[in-house]
Write a new protein. Structure first.
Length: 374
């Protein structure tokens, strides 16, 4: 029984730690997920609390996980784990039935699960948590109460520090599709259909059919051509059309012209400033950004801004911050998957993400040029 308890608390503890950590390194991602749920359930008035709730949730999950794995306050941690699993199992069952959002966000962007997969996972975990409750009599403290307190405080401190750092800069570990090193052009641009035309001929004597292309047709063999007759022309698809994995990402100007391929797949260096909502963006950052753009202009390097704001507001904002570079339109939700910063800067070349910067960390153009623009 003791062995079973150790196995259960280790599994539940590690899942809790992982879940809390991946949320902690990307608190804005959890914030957006909370806001998504609030909108679905007509609770928009809670939007302002989303970030606070996201940090609290990841802190509680991570701390309970550490307590379980290291045997800290075993009876208390068992009860806390069971209560959380009881609540979230019911919540995920409701989400699985109604499907208000496609992904519950229980593991952030690190691991995507469907609502039913999440529910089945929670059923397994709540069974383990129930085992912990039923075997509480076999639990014994591993550490003194002072050491237990130190472990709890350290756990809370490290996850809160991680969350704050990731908020003020960028996530320590980037799980987004636009992370550095990704060939993003392959993710946002669909694979076009390719086809080939085949000419069907039939032998006049034997009736045997032959397939030719424009290149393989034996038009120079007069005897062969005289022995066959044309039947029909067929088109065969050699490469079917495939929707882009990130199919909701489209860059367009405010006249509706699509520019996704031109910008994302630019074979040269391409700087992209992401400001999903200009009404909430940090205006103080744009003085430095304007100086950065001056360097880009001198070296003839493309610099564009992407936003989800309406055209009228974009024009007024550009005039306000003296932005001498174009802004294009992208869905606000899609922009949030690019970078956790408003504004944030990305550097691409030939569709690959070379670097990303939070607005607090955008370096001088000369330093970027020395390191990346070679």
């Amino acid at each position: 029984m003791k062995t079973l308890r150790i196995i259960c608390r280790t599994i539940v503890g590690l899942v809790f730690m992982f879940s809390g950590f991946v949320k902690g390194v990307d608190p804005l991602g959890s914030t957006y997920k909370f806001q998504e749920y609030f909108e679905v359930y007509n609770m928009e008035w809670l939007h302002s609390l989303a970030l606070t709730l996201a940090v609290i949730l990841c802190t509680v999950e991570f701390t309970i996980g550490v307590m379980l794995v290291f045997g800290v306050k075993p009876k208390l941690s068992s009860w806390l784990a069971f209560i959380m699993m009881f609540f979230f199992t019911g919540l995920t069952l409701l989400s699985a039935i109604n499907n208000p959002v496609s992904d519950c966000g229980c593991f952030g962007d690190a691991l995507k699960l469907t609502n039913w997969e999440t529910f089945y996972k929670n059923i397994l975990l709540i069974i383990f948590a129930l085992v912990l409750l039923l075997t509480n009599k076999f639990s014994k403290p591993v550490f003194s109460w002072k050491n237990e307190l130190c472990i709890i405080i350290f756990s809370i401190g490290i996850i809160i520090f991680t969350s704050i750092y990731s908020l003020r800069h960028l996530p320590i570990i980037d799980f987004l599709p636009w992370k550095t090193g990704n060939k993003i052009s392959e993710q946002v641009i669909p694979t076009p259909e390719k086809s080939e035309v085949f000419l069907i001929y039939k032998d006049k004597k034997t009736g045997q059919s032959y397939e030719y292309t424009a290149k393989t047709l034996p038009w120079q063999d007069s005897a062969k051509m005289a022995s066959i007759e044309f039947i029909e022309q067929k088109k065969k698809i050699t490469q079917p059309y495939k929707e882009a994995p990130i199919h909701d990402f489209v860059i367009s100007d405010f006249e509706g012209n699509i520019l996704t391929d031109k910008i994302v797949a630019n074979t040269g260096y391409q700087f992209i400033l992401v400001a999903y909502d200009l009404n909430q963006t940090h205006k103080d950052a744009y003085t430095g950004i304007n100086k950065f753009v001056e360097g880009c202009d001198k070296d003839s390097i493309s610099f564009v801004g992407l936003t989800g704001s309406i055209p009228e507001f974009v024009d007024a904002f550009r005039h306000d911050v003296q932005a001498m570079y174009p802004f294009y339109n992208v869905d606000e939700t899609a922009l949030k998957t690019m970078i956790r910063s408003n504004p944030g800067l990305l550097l691409l070349k030939n569709g690959e993400v070379l670097a990303k910067w939070h607005w607090r960390d955008i370096p001088e153009y000369s330093k970027v040029k020395e390191k990346y623009l070679k």
